[in-house]
Design a protein. Structure first.
Length: 126
């Protein structure tokens, strides 16, 4: 299944130096009321200035940094992404690209989402 293109702009843009929350529900189709059971899955997401940039601006996972949370182990298909102000402060460009991948128990990778990100740069600093 190809990744869904979803741009994080306008009301979904990321504000540098501010907390950022994004909650989604992965469903196979419109009739799938509860979504996929993600209890044994992992997730990873990278943000880069451009697709071919050698270095990621941010690398997030569900296993290491806890920025991505997958469900509650009860058959929940919710995906929650939380970026702390310290993480968003690392975004020093006005636009970037991202993708979000899910990895199942067989190590099969599903690129769920991809797109561009608008970043509102911080004016107030400590």
């Amino acid at each position: 299944m190809p990744a869904t293109k979803y741009d994080l702009k306008d009301t979904r843009r990321i504000e540098q130096g501010a907390s950022y929350w994004w909650d989604l529900l992965w469903k196979d189709d419109a009739e799938d009321e509860h979504g996929k059971d993600l209890a044994a899955w992992s997730a990873r997401m990278q943000i880069r200035e451009k697709k071919d940039s050698p270095t990621a601006l941010l690398s997030l996972t569900s296993e290491v940094d806890g920025a991505i949370t997958l469900g509650d182990g009860q058959g929940d298909a919710n995906i929650s992404i939380y970026l702390t102000p310290e993480l968003t402060d690392q975004l020093t460009v006005m636009s970037a690209v991202y993708d979000l991948e899910l990895v199942d128990t067989n190590d099969d990778v599903f690129r769920l989402l991809e797109g561009s990100i608008a970043i509102s740069l911080n004016v107030t600093r400590e």
